[in-house]
Each structure stands twice: as C-alpha cells, then as structure tokens.
Design a protein around this ligand. Structure first.
Ligand SMILES: NC(=O)c1ccc[n+]([C@@H]2O[C@H](COP(=O)([O-])OP(=O)(O)OC[C@H]3O[C@@H](n4cnc5c(N)ncnc54)[C@H](OP(=O)(O)O)[C@@H]3O)[C@@H](O)[C@H]2O)c1
Length: 327
C-alpha cells in the first residue's frame, strides 16, 4: 500500500520536529512547510532519512501555493502557533484565520484527515487574546471540515521546548523567583514524545471528528514545577509570591523591552499573565487521550532529569561554569 503523504505546517517547532521523526520512522512521507528554509532547513532535514521528507519554503499569505500543496497529501497537520504578538504575527491571523483557511482547503481538496493543534484550558480565559483566538480557530475548524481532529494539549515539554529550558536558564541565573498567582495555577504537562505518539495513533486508527484534550499523567502546580526544576538543576533560591499589581508592571515592562534583551523571546507579556490565572486542566467538555486509551505515562520529574544537567553547575547553560568548591 502506498504510504500516506502528510503535510505539516509549523514543522520546525518543538512538536513538529519530534512528529516528523515519529512519522517518517513509521514509513510515512512528510512534506514540512517553513517560512524560512535557510533558518530552519538544517533543523528539519536532520529529522528524517533521505526520501521520507520534503521541505517547502512558503510565505503563508499565498493561498494559491498553499492550495497546491494539498494536491498530493491525504493528511494535513497544523502546528502553527505563537506565544505573543509581534509585527505581522497577530493572534487573530495565526490562531483564527489561518486554521480557518487550512480547514476550508482540507474540505475543498477532500483530504482524509485534518489535525489541528489548539490548546488546553482556554475555555474560561475570555480576557486573554491568545485564548480567544485559539478558541475561534477551533470553532472554524469544527465548522469547516468534518474529518478534523482538534488536539488541546497542556504544556508540552522536552529538551526542545521553550518552557522548561527557558525556566531552567532563568533559575540558574536568578537569586529569587517571583510566583504569579502564588504559583497555584495547575498544569498537566505532557512529554512531546507522548503527544507525538497520540498523533501517530490518531493517524493509524483513522480517527476523525474528535476534539481531544491531551494531558500527561500528573497534575502539577506552577510552584511545584519550579521546585522540581530547581531540584533537578541542584539549585536553591527563594520563591516569593508576587502581588498582582507588581506582576502587571513586570509584564508591561517585558512587553515593552525588545526580545533580544530577553534572550531572544519575550519572557512575559500581559496576555500571558492573564492566562496564568486559569488552571491548564481538562475542561471535561471533551474526552482526554486517557479516555480514548492513549496513555501518556512520562513523568515530569524523571524526564527533565534527563536534560537538566545542562543547567547544573558546569553545564553548558549554567551561570556557574565551574563549581565554587573548585575555585
Ligand atoms: N508547546 C506547548 O507547550 C504547547 C501547548 C499547547 C498548545 N501548543 C500549540 O501547539 C502548536 C505547536 O507548538 P510548538 O511548541 O511546536 O510551537 P513552536 O515550537 O513555537 O513552533 C511553532 C511553529 O509555527 C510556525 N510559525 C510561527 N509563526 C508563523 C507564521 N506567522 N506563519 C507561519 N508559520 C509560523 C513556525 O514555523 P517556521 O518558523 O518554520 O515557519 C514554528 O515551526 C502551536 O499551535 C501551539 O500553540 C503548544
């Protein structure tokens, strides 16, 4: 049987890279789309054996070119997403209009499956632009194409993420860590390999017309996440709850400062602060991966221990390259 060709938008990100490896190892041919092949080509081309991966550079405003890409694929996966707005990259365009277009084309081209990755815990966050735009994207996808699967993951983590790695860099440098909302917000982190296994199962089992909340095996508060990261990088610092008015000022300041002064990405925006108010847990409106028999068993503490050595004393990302005892 001819293996199905899978078109992946947002392929160069954390989930995309890991997904390409999973799919191509299992004999699927992947067409990975990026906006900049010079920047992302080297990351993408090392994810698969020759013959299993085509890389396409595409400016996502060109509808005709996007349409053309659908001609040879039977499955399309949308992983495009942003954490904050910058210039042309606005939440509405990326999280609402783009999924609307991609799912309309999926219907027009009569492909087998359209898999759209949205986010968990956004239903109640009506004051967040990120959450609202993601929800609008879900509504369009559901309306446009019956054979769609919408995935709503909690935090997805791995050595390739910008969550645990970024936090470990901060924790390695800071003497104190502020906790927003007392660090009580809860998450159900899922390891990227568990999420890519779920996507693989959705494709293999030809699941259609589902919305699935994707969670890991544990519920952990933000404070517990920080404590686990600190333990893993073998560092002790003070954690202090930050009053909301001060947190708002901090977020506004980070939003104003250019990203290059913040390690290449905004550390906190006002919209992210709003989102942190809401637990990132299943809404119970949809089935979870566990309900469908797709277990996610990787535990947060055990997994981060596999790569946190980079942030321990002497590690390549640690502030302290040499142990003070040896100085
Ligand atoms: N990681 C998480 O914890 C998490 C949790 C919940 C939901 N999600 C969702 O899951 C999806 C994938 O997440 P991820 O962590 O893999 O994201 P990521 O690492 O930030 O990658 C996002 C991808 O989006 C593409 N992209 C960004 N802006 C774009 C634009 N204006 N036009 C076209 N493409 C654009 C980038 O591709 P190029 O630069 O190559 O073009 C990049 O490959 C996103 O929708 C995200 O919101 C992620």
């Amino acid at each position: 049987m001819k293996p199905k060709e899978i078109l992946v938008f947002g392929a160069s990100g954390q989930i995309g890279k890991n997904l390409i490896r999973k799919l191509t190892k299992n004999n699927y041919k992947v067409v990975a789309v990026t906006r900049n092949i010079h920047q992302k080509g080297y990351v993408l081309k090392t994810q698969a054996n020759p013959g299993y991966l085509d890389i396409i550079e595409l400016d996502m405003v060109n509808e005709e070119e996007i349409k053309h890409l659908y001609n040879n694929c039977s499955i399309c996966i949308n992983l495009i997403g942003i954490l904050y707005e910058k210039n042309k990259n606005q939440f509405n365009k990326i999280h609402s209009l783009l999924p609307n277009l991609l799912s309309k084309l999926a219907r027009e081209k009569k492909i087998d499956q359209f898999i759209h990755v949205s986010a968990l815990g956004i239903e109640n966050a009506t004051d967040s632009k990120y959450a609202k735009s993601k929800l609008e994207g879900e509504i369009s996808v559901r309306k446009n194409f019956e054979n769609s699967v919408i995935l709503k993951p909690s935090i997805v983590y791995s050595i390739d993420d910008s969550f645990t790695t970024n936090l470990m860099t901060l924790l390695s440098h800071l003497p104190i860590m502020p906790l927003f909302f007392n660090g009580e917000t809860k998450f159900a982190p899922i390891h990227v390999s568990d999420l890519t296994e779920i996507i693989f199962q959705i494709i293999s089992n030809e699941i259609k017309n589902e919305t699935i909340e994707c969670i890991g095996p544990e519920e952990i508060s933000f404070k517990e996440i920080i404590q686990k990261l600190l333990k893993s990088i073998d560092k002790k610092i003070i954690l202090i709850p930050m009053p909301l008015p001060l947190a708002k000022i901090q977020a506004a300041l980070f939003e104003f400062l250019p990203s290059f002064l913040q390690g290449g990405r905004k550390q906190l925006t006002s919209d992210q602060l709003k989102l942190l108010k809401y637990d990132n847990l299943p809404s119970k409106k949809y089935r979870t991966n566990f309900d469908l028999g797709f277990k996610a068993e990787k535990k947060f503490e055990k997994e981060i221990d596999k790569y946190s050595y980079n942030w321990r004393v002497g590690g390549q990302y640690s502030k302290d390259k040499v142990s003070r005892k040896n100085q």
